[in-house]
Design a binder for this molecule. Structure first.
Ligand code: HPA
Ligand code: ZN
Length: 324
């Protein structure tokens, strides 16, 4: 099964670029930027990756990205991920970035996006991996800061395919960002947002995302199974869900594979993704292996993924033809 998965043309639609920062690169960037890390080895860093909830994970995630300071840092981060993606036969990726996690500590927006963009262009020509950027707002900051970030992104609109919403979900419902999402839609961005697994009010958050905000897809969203009417609505709208089994296993008590299975059987466009692979020890290959699904189901998952990409129809069809 490992070889079968390795051979499949794959797609990654839920991947935080800051969550791909491997300990080795963390050390290199700290040295380059003259930053002292409170760890003396890669093993020590890995040992500090102890989390059992979204909140405990996010603390380590934000702390880790402090080493990212310059345009080349963001280039190197994205290039390292794209090389890894190419090695796993990932043909296309939609990559989240968290500008506010950098602007809030003094790193300018244009430094972040220029570094990432340059890596995407190089990856396409040098590695044959295509990718697009999705800008995420941090939901535990005020909506006004998200709006300011949205406005700051407009000169770079051509480099960003859509917007997302991530970080700490408790007490930060989709409704908080209704005006930001409305403006993003007017500006031509496609819309997604995290409805993380097993948060307080998960189902209500999915409902708001789908019905009130009108998202084009939902990140995670497995809890929709608790509301059959909402499942039906997601089916009718053909909305995709970007699920992340290994990540689920870290931030909740289970990988939620049963739920993913059920959604796939119902015909919902579920997809399998890695979320924050440097922290959760698994890229897309390992996430697909964790499922123990049949070859037929693995192909269905990849068909779903290419189908819900934010690519023009002719490019989707090109990738889908490779799965025939
Ligand atoms: N959930 C919410 N916010 C995040 C995540 C996640 O899995 N990863 C990075 N930011
Ligand atoms: Zn995520």
């Amino acid at each position: 099964m490992t070889d079968f998965i390795a051979g499949l043309p794959k797609c990654e639609l839920h991947l935080h670029i800051e969550g791909t920062l491997e300990p080795e690169l963390k050390f290199d960037l700290a040295a380059r930027n003259g930053i002292a890390l409170p760890y003396s080895s890669v093993e020590e860093i890995r040992a500090a990756y102890e989390f059992d909830s979204l909140t405990t994970f996010l603390k380590v995630y934000y702390e880790g990205m402090q080493v990212l300071r310059t345009e080349p840092d963001f280039y190197d981060l994205a290039m390292a991920y794209l090389r890894k993606a190419a090695s796993q036969n990932v043909r296309y990726a939609e990559i989240f970035f968290d500008p506010q996690a950098h602007t809030s500590r003094g790193v300018p927006f244009d430094i972040v996006i220029r570094g990432l963009r340059r890596a995407l262009l190089d990856a396409e020509t040098q590695l044959g991996v295509r990718a697009q950027l999705i800008m995420c707002f941090l939901r535990d900051f005020q909506a006004e800061y998200a709006m300011a970030t949205l406005l700051e992104s407009l000169p770079y609109k051509e480099w960003i395919v859509g917007v997302g919403l991530d970080s700490d979900e408790r007490g930060n419902p989709p409704a908080k960002f209704a005006a930001v999402y409305e403006r993003a839609r007017q500006e031509g961005y496609l819309l997604t947002m995290h409805c993380d697994v097993d948060q307080d009010n998960s189902v209500e958050h999915i409902r708001q995302a789908v019905q009130d905000i009108g998202v084009n897809r939902v990140d995670h969203g497995v809890n929709v199974l608790e509301d059959p009417g909402l499942v039906e609505e997601i089916l009718e709208k053909g909305l995709g869900l970007t699920c992340c089994p290994i990540s689920n296993g870290y931030v909740t008590e289970s990988m939620k594979i049963e739920g993913i299975r059920k959604l796939l059987d119902l015909g919902v466009r579920v997809t399998i993704n890695s979320d924050d692979p440097a922290y959760f020890n698994g890229y897309v290959q390992e996430n697909l292996e964790a499922l123990n699904f049949s070859e037929e189901d693995l192909v269905r998952l990849q068909r779903n993924a290419f189908e819900i990409t934010w690519l023009p129809r002719h490019l989707k069809d090109g990738y889908l033809a490779e799965l025939d």
